[in-house]
Design a protein around this ligand. Sequence first.
Ligand code: HPA
Ligand SMILES: [Zn+2]
Length: 342
Amino acid sequence: MIRQMSDVPVNPATPPCAELHLHIEGTLEPDLVFALAERNGVDLPDPDVGALRSRYAFTDLQSFLDLYYENMAVLRTPADFAEMTRAYLTRARAAGVRHAEIMFDPQAHLARGVPLAATVEGIAFVLRTSEAEFGISTGLIAAFLRDRPAREALEVLEDLLAMDAPIIGIGLDSAEVGNPPSGFTAVYDRARRAGLHLVAHAGEEGPPSYIAGALDDLGVERIDHGIRCLDDPALVTRLAAEQIPLTVCPLSNVRLRAVASLAAHPLRQLLEAGVMVTINSDDPAYFGGYVDDNLHAIREVHKLTDDELAALAANSFRASFLDTGRRDALLAEVEVWRGAAR
Ligand code: HPA
Ligand SMILES: [Zn+2]
């Protein structure tokens, strides 16, 4: 049954926005981990949700990835992926998200014996009606794991293309340091030939040279994270000049200790340098909040004005892969929000 969009309260304190850096597996909330474990007869190492939650104190990217991959064990059937996706869209609607470009990690599921079709069908089934049901247009991005062989990524990409999976692009994620973009040129060349959009995580924990590598070796259109560009002033100048979008995730950066605190987050520096920044939640079930929580947190700590929040929201639509008609309509909604916020 199609739910009425107006039934869902939307947070008026934050502008309508696009979420461009979101791992659907990172929306798997602890309650849903337990519900799916029960349904699928999966044994969990923790006795209850509280015990699981106590393990969400991360020290770096890898300490998070270990738990992120462990929790995925409960995702077995298309219905599981559909339920997770539906829960995200419900929460994203309340956060004011009007467009979402959603990553998933096909190899993480294949490695556990879950067929590619089960993963893709479960997620895509819900995305198909998202705009009508939640007011959120969507695009699906297959993210490849940079700590697994590029040859495997290429095989999975071929399989996705052969099954005509409804993906708009590819990405690159997982453990960054020691896994530079240059190893994945063949995968990105293939995706480009297939007409797909190209993004990659770079400069989260890795050096600025990985950001340059993602641009020059892989030809990406957008950088996920990218905050370590600030270690290389010439790169910052380039990102600003070319208006390469960075999908920044403040709460993620704090939780994974990429930055010491929210107050120390370089968001303002990036904006002042003229870099095209967007705000995103990354893995909201793990990092303490959805995109509205991220916007609230940075607004409070960095004293952002409503005009600055609106500018970030406008960036999110401009940096998206939306067609111009819907993009312009959503940019107009930001202007309406800005007017109402005055
Ligand atoms: O923040 C992240 N970084 C790298 N890989 C990931 N996979 C899920 N989230 C992340
Ligand atoms: Zn990410």
